[in-house]
Design a protein around this ligand. Structure first.
Ligand code: HEM
Length: 414
């Protein structure tokens, strides 16, 4: 533990209740509660980081001006693994998620227009068409796996169409995207990082081909728009263009599939709430249900900031150069903010105070899009399959990733 950090009852080692152990994958929430009730702040020797579970502390960290997302400012052992093995680390360019102002501001400004609530509003009818098409296929097959048939393909199709990545290439991109998504986990092996490095190179190779095509024949898509900006010079370098496209593709679907999957599992476990949602003609209820899904079983479980100067959170000083990890999913069950936090309640009055999309300058760019996809997909599922239920012998199987929490499949009785 770094000497500068204040010791005392506020700070405890994380080790006895290590949340990343595979045995907690099915249900990490009791571990989060033990941590939250045990001490305000936890130190992890393995990650060389401070862990936070209280809502107020997580909010303060994410909003703190000295909080950097640039890996160069990190102390984490994960970072050393990254820089030793990842070809991505050799690139000067950073994705906006891992860049601080002014680079972050410049990159985010380039694409933010495409993701505003207004821009996404205009996409709703098309998203509804895609949902209908996917449900038609499942209905014709006579069986439904909510993850494989809807939660996974929907966000992929939407982000691929927005970017201008041919949807038929998605099978090729899927393993690369999954390998990259794994690198934001708090526990990384050298193999994971090396595999992600190889996938990044293949992804880059693929994108370079696509960029050449679009440069020759621009279309009305985000990639063509970004190429035009790159061609103007100054505002976007070629590596930045590649990384931006990869980030949007990966962030655009590795997360939203978990929102729909985790959210539907929570709903199916509360059948009385399914009827309430299906029978209601108030669109505000569907919106609130999606917020509660984000709060109750958050698709992104954690993020963090690397401190560029000493800063105090929850009575502990996080010294300059160390990382403060915010367990978003734990904060979203903080009883100081959410009454009876382990109860799933689509009518919870303050469900939308969750920090499942983060907070501050890196607040999820795709939040309006993710929300729209789930707000359309969930009611459409309930309308189409009025008998929707979990099979009696259902045992949830979760993906191995920790930061991105989701199910591998969700087969249901229709
Ligand atoms: C339910 C779905 C989603 C969840 C839970 C989610 C969650 C998050 C979180 C927690 C952050 C902040 C990370 C941090 O502060 O360190 C973030 C950032 C980001 N998200 Fe999402 N996300 C979702 C969907 C999407 C979608 C559909 C896109 C579309 C492209 C997207 C693109 C991004 C980008 C580009 C950033 C970085 C923003 C920045 O650095 O300024 N996300 N997301």
């Amino acid at each position: 533990m770094p000497e500068q950090a204040a010791t005392g009852s506020a700070l405890a080692p994380i080790a006895p209740v290590y949340p990343f152990a595979p045995e907690h994958r099915a249900d990490p929430y009791p571990v989060y509660r033990t941590l939250r009730e045990g001490a305000r702040v936890h130190w992890s020797e393995e990650q060389e980081s401070f862990f936070f579970t209280h809502y107020e502390d997580c909010l303060a960290i994410l909003r703190h001006p000295a909080g950097s997302t640039n890996m160069d400012n990190a102390s984490m052992s994960a970072r050393r693994t990254m820089s030793a093995h990842s070809p991505m680390a050799a690139m000067e360019a950073k994705p906006m998620l891992f860049a601080d102002p002014p680079v972050h501001t410049r990159l985010r400004t380039l694409v933010s227009k495409a993701f505003t609530p207004r821009a996404v509003e205009a996409m709703r009818p098309h998203i509804a068409e895609i949902v209908d098409r996917l449900l038609d296929q499942a209905e014709a097959n006579g069986e439904l796996d909510i993850v494989a048939d809807l939660a996974f393909p929907l966000p992929v199709i939407v982000i691929a169409e927005m970017l201008g990545v041919p949807v038929e290439d998605q099978d090729q991109l899927k393993p690369w995207s999954a390998d990259l998504a794994r690198t934001i986990d708090p526990v990384l092996t050298e193999e994971t990082v090396a595999q992600a490095g190889m996938s990044a190179l293949q992804f880059i190779n693929y994108l370079n081909g696509l960029i050449e095509e679009r440069r020759a024949r621009p279309k009305d898509d985000l990639l063509s728009g970004l190429i035009a900006v790159e061609d103007e010079g100054e505002r976007l370098g070629h590596d930045e263009l590649l990384i931006m496209t990869m980030l949007l593709f990966v962030a655009g679907h590795e997360t939203t599939q978990n929102l729909i999957g985790n959210g539907m599992l929570a709903l199916l476990r509360h059948p009385e709430q399914i009827s309430r949602l299906r029978d209601s003609d108030d669109p505000a209820l569907a919106k609130n249900a999606v917020e509660e899904m984000l709060r109750y079983d958050s698709p992104v479980q954690l993020t963090g900031r690397h401190l560029m100067e000493d800063a105090e959170f929850g009575g502990t000083v996080v010294p300059k150069g160390y990382s403060a990890i915010t367990l978003l999913a734990a904060a979203n069950r903080d009883p100081d903010v959410f009454a009876d936090p382990d109860r799933f309640d689509i009518e919870r009055p303050n469900a939308n105070r969750h920090i499942g999309f983060g907070q501050g300058i890196h607040f999820c760019l795709g939040a309006p899009l993710a929300r729209a996809e789930a707000q359309i997909a969930v009611p459409a599922l309930l309308r189409r399959f009025p008998e929707l239920a979990l099979p009696d012998d259902f045992v949830p199987a979760h993906r191995e990733t920790f930061t991105l929490r989701g199910l591998t499949s969700l087969p249901v009785a229709i």
